[in-house]
Design a protein around this ligand. Structure first.
Ligand code: PA5
Length: 446
């Protein structure tokens, strides 16, 4: 089971302060589980792990199998919550050198619609010229510019390559049940569709078809993923005893630290395959808490790589940081360290150890160094990188995020701030209806 250890934060607050914050967390837990807090119309994610039926998961697996059987490449097209969850899980569970995978043996999932780079799209189209592929287009609103634009280009490419009818059998859309341009397009083109439930927001949607279909298509075990989330739900949702509830402990400590001026949380991992898990986490926490001039700023590092860059700042820069170190207790594979008779590199003292043991000592040594440097450090440990434990982590982080949001009295389920740039972009591009703003912005840019 996922474990939390907050021992290395305890010198940064008093027991009395911890008690006070515990009351705050218990209130948030009641609000969340009785579903009467802010944004309660978006709490569908809370029960997903116990609502997903075997039949539904089987249907997802069949669609995934179909895509995988006709594709060397599956292009998952979406942005933000409609893309990061799938990528986080696929990369966490995948081979470190995924991009060198033999796509004839197993399809590779790649991404589109998460940027507006012409060069990215051009590189993608060049690759798709040479490979058999299919597309999963994901947009809850069905109107987000980045994925809609990428999909228009991919659709045209796919139809040119395979013909209109065959192209339609290589495209699956995941969108709202009733509205949006993507739904209308899917109906008119005959694409199979999956629904993103109304009561699940983008960044909480990884356990809906948004995450499950791409993850299954990449060849990973979605039953185990859901089971992990289910077991974590039991611990987070059904347990109001703080000692047993890791999500409550996490929410309490990070909010205590925030109160003490530690306004940046760095998620540190020790596995390069977790980089996108951190990206998913950053979106989840940044978009949920960062509003009304409040919220801990979520940042991330990958150790030991970043100990040789950001490590300097963490050790000795401004003291407004705390770290949550995500440690995976066991490696999935083994690499022997050879003994060398000449020992010119002086590394024979490591020859009887595993690489993972060396990594573990980097983790422990870094913890002590950072604590000595004035950085509170939370430890989260999962036994292994597997679909089951990633499922646990997902539900743990989602639940703790909702609690934390309620504890700083914001609505963790809206994102009013993400609209601002869109208005400006549309105005600058001359979208009909934005004429006044266009004049104002053009003037400002002179
Ligand atoms: O978490 C969110 O709500 C956002 O990140 C959305 O997922 C993102 O903006 C994409 O939206 P949509 O799925 O409507 O295209």
């Amino acid at each position: 089971m996922l474990k939390i250890n907050t021992q290395n934060t305890q010198s940064f607050f008093s027991q009395e302060e911890y008690k006070q914050m515990t009351i705050n967390a218990l209130n948030a837990h009641i609000q969340l589980t009785s579903k009467n807090g802010k944004g309660s119309e978006f709490l569908g994610w809370l029960d997903l792990p116990i609502q997903l039926t075997t039949e539904f998961l089987q249907k997802i697996k069949s669609s995934a199998h179909h895509l995988a059987s006709v594709s060397e490449i599956i292009v998952v097209t979406g942005i933000g919550g409609s893309y990061l969850g799938a990528r986080a899980v696929i990369e966490a569970l995948g081979n470190n050198l995924l991009y060198l995978q033999d796509t004839k043996k197993r399809p590779l999932v790649i991404y589109a619609g998460h940027n507006i780079s012409e060069d990215y799209l051009s590189d993608l189209l060049q690759l798709l010229d040479q490979k058999d592929y299919s597309v999963v287009i994901i947009s809850k609103s069905g109107t987000t510019t980045e994925p809609a634009l990428a999909f228009r280009i991919l659709k045209a490419h796919c139809e040119k390559k395979y013909g209109k009818t065959a192209a339609a059998s290589r495209i699956i859309a995941i969108t709202d049940e009733e509205k949006g341009a993507l739904l209308s397009l899917s109906k008119s083109e005959g694409y199979p569709t999956y629904v993103i439930p109304d009561d699940v927001g983008g960044r909480f949607s990884v356990l809906t078809p948004v995450g499950l279909l791409p993850i299954a298509a990449a060849g990973f075990d979605i039953d185990a993923l859901v089971k992990g989330a289910q077991d974590m739900r039991e611990l987070c949702f059904n347990t109001s005893s703080v000692e047993k509830n890791a999500a409550m402990q996490y929410a309490i400590v990070r909010n205590l630290l925030y109160q003490k001026g530690f306004n940046t949380e760095i998620l540190a991992n020790y596995q390069p395959t977790l980089v996108y898990f951190s990206e998913w986490w950053k979106q989840l926490y940044g978009e949920s808490e960062g509003k009304e001039n409040k919220g801990i700023f979520p940042a991330s590092v990958t150790f030991s790589s970043d100990l040789h860059s950001m490590g300097q700042y963490i050790q000795q820069g401004e003291r407004h940081l705390f770290e949550t170190m995500l440690w995976v207790d066991k490696s999935n594979t083994k690499v022997a360290i050879p003994h060398d008779v000449n020992n010119i590199d002086g590394l024979n003292f490591l020859a009887d150890k595993s690489i993972h043991e060396i990594n573990k000592n980097a983790f422990l040594g870094t913890t002590l160094a950072h604590v000595d440097g004035g950085v509170p450090v939370i430890h989260l440990t999962i036994p292994q990188l597997s679909a089951y434990y990633i499922g646990q982590l997902i539900y743990f982080y989602e639940f703790a995020c909702a609690l934390s949001g309620y504890m700083i009295d914001v609505n963790p389920f809206d994102q009013p701030g993400v609209e601002e740039y869109k208005k400006n972009m549309f105005a600058l591009l001359g979208k009909p209806g934005y004429e006044e703003l266009n004049a104002e912005l053009t003037n400002r840019l002179k």
